[in-house]
Design a protein around this ligand. Structure first.
Ligand code: ASP
Length: 325
């Protein structure tokens, strides 16, 4: 983190200075192992809280502005649920086409407007770097909920939390990422987060959807082993985590090219039969065609549990940034 805490109104006497208070959450590069441990511990407590009591009043009186310029089901609704389960309230700005954005209002002005009413802003935007721009103009904390092909830090946190909850560790694992590694922001963030651990990477994609060089550079510079291939069959038997992604149709300029690669990988029962008994299959969702529905019955299919973890991670982050965790 490191930047001075932003103002969230008067600093409450009971706030915790946890290193997150008043901070923007823009990139996974803000997290080291200590910070990750902290968030995962709080997320675990949030799970227990929800399972035992359903909700708490930790963030009572706080307001979140949920500003989404791109479609979202899970990220948007889990942030809303997270805020509401902690007793806070939400301004849902999921249909920016009905807001002054349609009249030509700029991102800085929209953000300045929402922070006049809310204590924290969650932003999803199609442009890489948009969350950083918003954070620059906002005096209140901004959380990046996906900036184009850039990053999706809260997804990476919930992904790693899922690995931890499912396999009991993050070190000493072989993590295979499959699909659209070029445009998929979740794999960019997850890779940059996992380099904090002793992980071996396998990147599986068609030639035109390879992992970007800047992400591979981080893997190289941190001394991690990795393999690049286009055949998932070759590598699945050795994998501990199989992280599957959707081909990001909305990022293609040439739809013929999209049609050519969209069904390149389909994870089915036959492939699962060759995998380790303890492997987990993850997917940030939405799934289009990449994992056959029959795989949902396999106990190794972790993607619905992964999706539920999103709410606990977002509860932990909101509480931490607002000084209540
Ligand atoms: N929901 C994820 C994202 O917003 C993954 C996807 O859309 O494919 O990046």
């Amino acid at each position: 983190m490191g930047q001075p805490a932003k103002t969230i109104g008067r600093v409450p006497a009971d706030h915790f200075d946890n290193g997150f208070y008043g901070q923007d959450i823009l990139s996974v590069s803000q997290f080291d192992r200590d910070k990750l441990d902290y968030i995962f511990n709080v997320a675990h407590e949030m799970r227990v809280l929800v399972e035992r009591f359903g909700s708490a009043d930790l963030l009572q009186g706080k307001i979140l502005a949920n500003l989404f310029y791109e479609p979202s089901t899970r990220t948007s609704s889990s942030f809303m649920a997270a805020m509401m389960r902690l007793g806070g309230q939400v301004i849902p700005m999921n249909n920016v086409q009905y807001s002054s954005v349609t009249k030509g209002e700029s991102l800085p002005d929209t953000v300045r407007t929402l922070e006049s009413y809310a204590d924290i802003i969650v932003l999803r935007h199609p442009e890489m770097g948009a969350a950083a721009t918003a954070a620059h103009y906002a005096a209140k904390p901004v959380i990046n909920a996906g900036d184009g092909v850039g990053e999706h830090p809260t997804q990476a946190l919930l992904d790693q939390f899922t690995i931890l909850e499912e396999l009991g560790r993050v070190d000493d694992l072989k993590v295979t990422m499959v699909g659209d590694l070029k445009y998929g922001r979740t794999v960019h963030s997850l890779t940059k987060l996992l380099v904090n651990y002793d992980v071996e990477f396998v990147f599986v994609s068609p030639d035109i959807l390879r992992m970007p060089k800047d992400v591979l550079d981080v893997v190289r510079e941190t001394g991690h082993q990795f393999t690049v291939t286009d055949d998932v069959h070759d590598v699945v038997t050795e994998s501990d985590v199989l992280y599957v992604t959707r081909v990001q149709k909305e990022r293609f300029t040439d739809l013929v090219e999209y049609q050519r690669v969209r069904d390149h990988y389909i994870i089915d029962e036959a492939l699962m039969a060759t995998a380790k008994e303890k492997m987990i299959v993850m997917h940030p969702l939405p799934r289009v065609n990449e994992i056959s529905y029959a795989v949902d019955e396999d106990p190794r299919a972790a993607y619905f549990r992964q999706m539920r973890n999103g709410m606990y991670i977002r509860m932990a982050l909101l509480a931490a940034v607002l000084g209540k965790a």
